[in-house]
Design a protein around this ligand. Structure first.
Ligand code: HEC
Length: 192
């Protein structure tokens, strides 16, 4: 009886050893688990940070570390490109759509300015992460400054929550000029 049990155990062990590489092979051939949208986002967010985002990713959060603020701003300023002919004010009506006016049918998610700013006083669903831009055109800001701010906010406020819309190519220079017109034009609802 003992002998049979021993033989059985040995055969079992032999089978186990023999099957091991086959099992490993099967494991390797299994299709890789598909990444969820969120997992892909996490990879893009944490691993594909640009050098400048890395300066901002620290416990101080809103202050770049490992570089002086002046040096940081200077480098960000140098990235700003202007539309042909240097025309920083375009068509305010096109700008209104890009700003992301949900009421008037603008479906742009690229500007998405209302997520963080108020603008047209008729639009009351607006965020307050950034300052209100109602009446912005009456403040006497140079439109070129406004253009540069939208192109790359970090040239003014390093590590700001405001996305670097021109820098990342989310908005084209001409599109930023349209938004500048929406902010500055006396006919724009922002300034009514
Ligand atoms: C995720 C939030 C967010 C989004 C989206 C956003 N901004 Fe901002 N914005 C901010 C914050 C925060 C500030 C203040 C800090 C700074 O200046 O960067 C700001 C500042 C500004 C200023 C300067 C205002 C002042 O009086 O000093 C302007 C102009 C501006 N944003 C325009 C825009 C426009 C136009 C859009 C859309 C194309 C936009 N922002 C999208 C968060 C945002």
């Amino acid at each position: 009886m003992k002998k049979i049990a021993l033989a059985g155990a040995l055969i079992g062990l032999g089978l186990l050893v023999a099957c091991q590489p086959a099992a490993q092979k099967a494991e390797a051939q299994k299709p890789k688990k598909k990444l969820s949208k969120y997992e892909k986002f996490k990879i893009a967010f944490y691993q594909n940070q640009d050098k400048w985002q890395k300066y901002c990713s620290n416990e101080a959060q809103l202050v770049p570390q490992g570089i002086s603020i002046e040096e940081f701003k200077k480098a960000m300023l140098a990235t700003i490109k202007f539309p042909p002919g240097g025309k920083v004010m375009g068509d305010w009506k096109r700008g209104e759509k890009l700003f992301g006016d949900p009421k008037k049918g603008g479906r742009s998610r690229r500007g998405n300015c209302y997520a963080c700013h108020c603008g047209d006083p008729q639009i009351i669903a607006c965020g307050n992460i950034g300052p209100s831009l109602r009446g912005y055109g009456k403040k006497g800001v140079d439109p070129k400054q406004t253009y540069m701010r939208i192109y790359n906010s970090w040239a003014f406020v390093p590590c700001s929550a405001m996305p670097r819309l021109g820098y990342w190519g989310v908005l084209k220079p001409e599109e930023i000029a349209d938004i500048v017109a929406f902010l500055h034009s006396p006919e724009s609802p922002i300034n009514k």
